[in-house]
Design a protein around this ligand. Structure first.
Ligand code: NAP
Length: 490
């Protein structure tokens, strides 16, 4: 695999390879206005893409609605084969897509390659699921009729995705929608539209009929998406993003009782018990903390460590964090890329200041770098008090916040003391404790001696204010299917 730093020409060619218009009914359409896409490692503009107005976005819904009936009639095998071809194309184009991702989002190339593989796996998984949509047949308990249970596509689906996983959050929605027979309109984050545009072009080459997937890029998310959500032709909203925006969208969806999937924010606790294999726990914490430069909904936000091993754990973690090269994500060997923008750096800076004012100790890092680019160094804080702001909000940066605990009960209580419930991690070598803690943690997902839970074959999703529904796994396709029961008199 290519591991050298790409040339400026390679960067330019990768950006030029992406269509920049709206993708509507299989055509690339220009808009009156355009918006810039910036490289967060330099602050420089990479290119301009279409910036749709509400009127320019509506034809995308028209196209999805027009294509829905024919698409729903395609055979599962046809849909499966299109997804399989898209998977093959995505894998074949890993280098180009990874470079586009690093340029628009900042994560190191090695991580971008990982995301392309992860994103492609959703296409493969749902290619396999498309042909396994099941149903049922049973005799009514009292006799006299039979129940035929079948599943049908929900219909036109709207999708809104965030900037932190600009390709995988799209394939995680479009994969099951295509498999289920739904058409869609997807709006990627304004800061990272290129991956979705490149994916749409790739779907065309995979043989996807016009209008089945439509892409709207815009800098006016609310004004553009509200009319689409309120339009009665839209039957489903699948959203990944912050809990605040998710709550607002749920209110909108209530007006038409639209089906929703909500993949929202997190505040993951990472528990290290005194009986844990400390080196394995540090390995896990590095993954759970540093993936995506800490900008993941699954990021270990609160690292809770038993007091007997807290100091040793912090030393090991600080040594590992200190060894991570920071720089532009395209540079060979870089692990800590830039944060997405200046606001993100200011947020992390404020959270670290608040924690230290409340008594936390800085072991490593602790202050933002001067520009250009939006860099914050790997940081380790110990004795972060539970009342610190960073214990209650997503840090979304490379800051390991370590808090000691004394008992298992206290650890679980601290872990659950949050309105979020996406993922929790626990490290222990005691199986009974692992099961006890795993069952006691209020989260949709638990990593037991495991630092990454994301897997296309597993049901990803949260409870409490972290969301509704599951993506991936056997449940992922159900988010795009309605169950219909036909009663038959016999
Ligand atoms: P965000 O601000 O909520 O934005 C997410 C998406 O929603 C973007 O496309 C954004 O468009 C759009 N949006 C914002 N306001 C909207 C509105 N009023 N109507 C319609 N669309 C609107 O979140 P973010 O900062 O991009 O992403 C980070 C958040 O996503 C974190 O909270 C993270 O935990 C969460 N996340 C969750 C998961 C999960 O699976 N649970 C996965 C990844 C990320 P613009 O780009 O134009 O603002």
């Amino acid at each position: 695999m290519e591991t050298t730093t790409p040339t400026a020409t390679a960067e330019r060619e990768a950006i030029e390879s992406v269509p920049k218009g709206l993708f509507v009914a299989g055509q690339w359409r220009p808009t009156e206005a355009t918006m810039p896409v910036e490289d967060p490692s330099t602050g420089e503009v990479l290119c301009e893409v279409a910036d749709a107005s509400p009127a320019e976005a509506m034809p995308a819904l028209d196209a999805a609605a027009a294509a829905q009936a024919d698409w729903a009639r395609t055979t599962p095998r046809e849909r499966s084969e299109i997804l399989s071809r898209a998977f093959e194309l995505m894998i074949a184009e890993t280098e180009r897509l990874a470079l586009i991702m690093t340029l628009e989002m900042g994560k190191p190339l090695a991580e971008s390659r990982g995301e392309v593989a992860y994103a492609a796996e959703f296409l493969r998984w749902f290619a396999e699921e498309a042909v396994r949509i099941d149903g049922g047949y049973m005799t009514a308990p009292g006799g006299g009729s039979r129940f035929l249970v079948t599943k049908q596509p929900v219909g036109v689906s709207l999708m809104i995705t965030p900037w932190n996983f600009p390709l995988a959050m799209g394939t995680r929605k479009i994969g099951p929608a295509i498999a289920a027979g739904c058409t869609s309109v997807i709006k990627p984050a304004a800061q990272t539209p290129l991956c979705t545009l490149a994916f749409a072009e790739l779907l065309t080459r995979a043989g996807l009929p016009d209008g089945v997937v439509n892409v709207v890029t815009t800098g006016q998310a609310d004004q553009v998406m509200s009319p689409l959500i309120l339009d009665p032709r839209s039957r489903k909203l699948s959203f990944t993003g912050s809990t605040g925006v998710g709550k607002h969208l749920l209110e909108l969806c209530a007006k038409t009782v639209m089906r929703t999937s909500m993949e929202l924010g997190g505040n993951a606790p990472f528990l290290v018990f005194e009986d844990a294999d400390l080196d394995a726990a540090v390995d896990g914490a590095m993954l759970a903390k540093m993936r995506n430069i800490g900008q993941a909904c699954t990021a270990a936000n609160r690292i809770l460590v038993h007091r007997d091993v807290a100091e040793q754990f912090a030393e090991k973690m600080a040594a590992r964090m200190a060894s991570l090269p920071m720089g532009r994500g395209t540079e060979d060997g870089v692990v800590v890329g830039p944060l997405i923008d200046d606001r993100a750096v200011a947020k992390v800076t404020g959270l670290v200041a608040d924690a230290t004012e409340r008594g936390a100790t800085v072991h490593l890092g602790g202050s933002a770098h001067e520009g250009p680019g939006h860099f914050y160094p790997a940081t380790v804080l110990t004795d972060v008090p539970p009342e610190a702001e960073m214990a209650h909000t997503e840090i979304f940066g490379p800051v390991a916040a370590i808090t000691p605990f004394d008992t298992e009960e206290e650890a679980i209580a601290l872990a659950n003391d949050t309105p979020y419930g996406l993922v929790s991690y626990a490290f222990t070598q005691d199986l009974a404790r692992g099961i006890r803690v795993g069952e006691g943690l209020e989260a949709g997902m638990v990593g037991l001696n495991l630092g990454v839970v994301s897997n296309p074959a597993a049901p990803f999703g949260g409870i409490k204010e972290s969301g509704l529904g599951r993506e991936g796994g056997f449940l992922g396709i159900d988010e795009f299917l309605e169950t219909k029961y036909i009663g038959i008199r016999v």
